[in-house]
Write a protein that binds this ligand. Structure first.
Ligand SMILES: Cc1ncc(COP(=O)(O)O)c(C=O)c1O
Length: 375
């Protein structure tokens, strides 16, 4: 049995359908199911009796695994309920001055637009860059960031509709040179492609677990670089935000020294159990390997689509290709194509004017061929 067939056996969803919607909500592996069952068994049999030994220990273990995945220090990681919460910590936490500007682009998911628009009444302007051919040109970013009032650039690692992968290293370099903070919505690539926060000069990053990380909804990661920690004022604080936070008797509003200060209360412990097992599996398989595998599967899909006369909307040049392939089947509305494919147990969706297919590493070449044949 080759390694991809072995890892495929962890995903029972493969017995039901060709699941090609990891850019939407992913199915979970039996590894994650087992971790959740472990949590449920503990909660059912013992409640909080072994909180420190079982729950706290797992929460801190998963924090370490998350740090490893991102190339971060463990004290730079906080658990959040979703990507939006992470981006909101940045939007609400920075010390904005009227006239400050935030730069985003018109390919972004609404979670990376509304938090910035919401600052409008405080005099903060959002510059929405107009993109070309589904991708964000670096020279446009470079030029825009020369404006003196730009405080922050916020982009996705991979754009949710077009699937264009942004060159985070180059964007990080531009931000550093211009003294602009760099915020990344990593939900469309984390778990699929390597990401190193340090070498990309990322200040803030957020990603929920339910897409390429292959975990459950409602539990994600927020990274805040140590150098940027004191730039963010947590707008919600509670018992867990502070040092010595099991001392409930002597009030002391001394924030935790690390990103843990953004975890204001009881965490989503079940979600963290799931996320831990999901990250473990990804690290075991190897993120580099996963990235190559996903590119091989999407290349196969793109070749097949082009041979059949479909129009591929996703940029596929080296460095731009991702796990997302958006296409149009000639003469048919994307929603109709997606519906037809779903009728044949091939799960894709319609997004931003195209049919969006997003295979992960455990999908097979046969499933890609099934999509093509089902068209
Ligand atoms: C780029 C991007 N950001 C964020 C989200 C979702 O955000 P959240 O985790 O807050 O639900 C999505 C979901 O499709 C997305 O594609």
């Amino acid at each position: 049995m080759d390694r991809w067939t072995r890892v495929r056996s962890f995903f029972p969803v493969t017995q039901q359908m060709a699941y090609l919607n990891h850019a939407g909500v992913a199915p979970i592996s039996t590894r994650v199911e087992e971790a959740l069952t472990r949590y449920l068994r503990e909660a059912t049999r013992s409640g909080a009796r072994h909180y420190t030994r079982v729950y706290d220990a797992e929460i801190e273990r998963v924090r370490q695994r998350a740090a490893l995945l991102l190339g971060a220090r463990v004290e730079e990681i906080a658990f959040v309920k979703n990507t939006t919460e992470g981006l909101g910590l940045v939007a609400s936490g920075l010390d904005w001055q009227p006239g400050d500007q935030v730069v985003v682009c018109d390919l972004e998911y609404p979670s990376n637009v509304y938090p910035w628009w919401n600052l409008r009444n405080r005099g903060i302007e959002t510059i929405m860059l107009r993109t070309r051919d589904g991708q964000l040109p670096l020279d446009l970013v470079d030029e825009t960031l020369r404006q003196p009032r730009v405080r922050l650039l916020s982009v996705s690692s991979v754009e949710f509709g077009s699937g264009a992968r942004n060159d985070l290293k180059a964007l990080g370099r531009i931000c550093r040179e211009r003294g602009v903070l760099f915020c990344v919505d990593a939900i469309q690539s984390l778990g699929c492609f390597p990401l190193d926060v340090e070498s990309c000069s990322i200040d803030f990053l957020a990603a929920d677990g339910h897409k390429w990380l292959l975990s459950v909804e409602g539990c994600g990661l927020f990274y805040c670089a140590r150098r940027a920690l004191d730039l963010l004022t947590p707008r919600v604080v509670g018992w867990r935000s502070v040092t010595d936070n099991r001392n409930f008797d002597d009030y002391h509003l001394e924030l935790q020294p690390g990103a843990g200060r953004f975890e204001e209360g009881t965490p989503n412990t079940a979600g963290i159990f799931g996320l831990g097992a999901a990250i473990d599996l990804l690290l075991e398989v190897g993120i580099e390997e996963i990235g190559w595998r996903v590119l091989a599967l999407t290349d196969r899909l793109v070749r097949g689509l082009e041979q059949r006369g479909a129009r591929v909307l996703s940029p596929r040049a080296d460095g731009l290709a991702s796990g997302i392939v958006s296409f149009i089947w000639t003469g048919e509305a994307p929603r109709e194509t997606a519906r037809r494919l779903l009728d044949q147990e091939v799960f894709v969706v319609a997004r931003r004017g195209g049919v969006r297919a997003s295979p992960h590493f455990y999908n097979s070449e046969d499933e890609i061929d099934r999509l093509l044949a089902s068209l």
